[in-house]
Design a protein around this ligand. Structure first.
Ligand code: ADP
Length: 173
């Protein structure tokens, strides 16, 4: 698998599936969730999410991408960060793993991720980047390309540090 990091708006990604940083109610919200709803078509995406019911923290569920270039949206629920002593790291890792499992069920070969939990949910950016890269790299999957989409330059730097310290930027495996 190739893992790469870019800076940009995930709603413009031309991949099989984009991941949304959703909430348990799958009710839409601010941040990347709001941007994905607006770009996909808020009414249709809202209805598709309502049909899924709730999604517990650490889990992920898919809907069509509607007006996005991506065929699917994988709605993942990361943890709210409290103090790091409440299982946040495991829940964040589980959310990334579940996205790849759902991508495999869909047959998606390219997936773009936002920095789950690092906005409104307050997860420290560098630690979240470490968990994202380590979890994606160690999860067995048929996904061939993972693109980590940073909205801001600091998050991009955090990804680049993690990828270069693993020596797998652009590599196979
Ligand atoms: P959470 O509630 O999981 O923290 P947020 O949407 O508040 O979710 O933030 C998650 C990350 O997504 C943050 O790093 C935020 O800067 C980023 N983000 C916000 N809008 C976009 C977008 N359009 N594309 C990519 N990333 C985005």
């Amino acid at each position: 698998m190739r893992i790469e990091a870019v800076q940009g708006d995930i709603t413009a990604e031309r991949v099989d599936a984009v991941v949304n940083a959703a909430n348990e109610a799958l009710a839409g919200g601010g941040g990347v969730d709001g941007a994905i709803h607006r770009a996909a078509g808020a009414e249709e995406l809202h209805a598709a999410c309502a049909a899924l019911g709730r999604c517990p923290t650490g889990d992920a569920k898919a809907t069509p991408g509607f007006r996005l270039a991506a065929r699917w949206v994988i709605h993942a629920v990361g943890p709210r960060y409290r103090d790091g002593e409440h299982g946040e790291a495991e829940l964040l890792a589980r959310a990334y793993r579940r996205c790849l499992e759902v991508a495999d069920e869909l047959g998606a070969r390219s997936v773009a991720f936002p920095a789950i939990s690092t906005g409104i949910y307050g997860y420290p950016r560098d630690e979240a980047a470490r968990i994202a890269v380590a979890t994606i790299a160690s999860t067995p999957t048929a996904v061939e390309l993972v693109r980590l989409v940073a909205f801001d330059g600091q998050t991009l730097l955090a990804y680049e540090r993690e990828l270069s310290s693993r020596g797998n930027e652009g590599d196979e495996g």
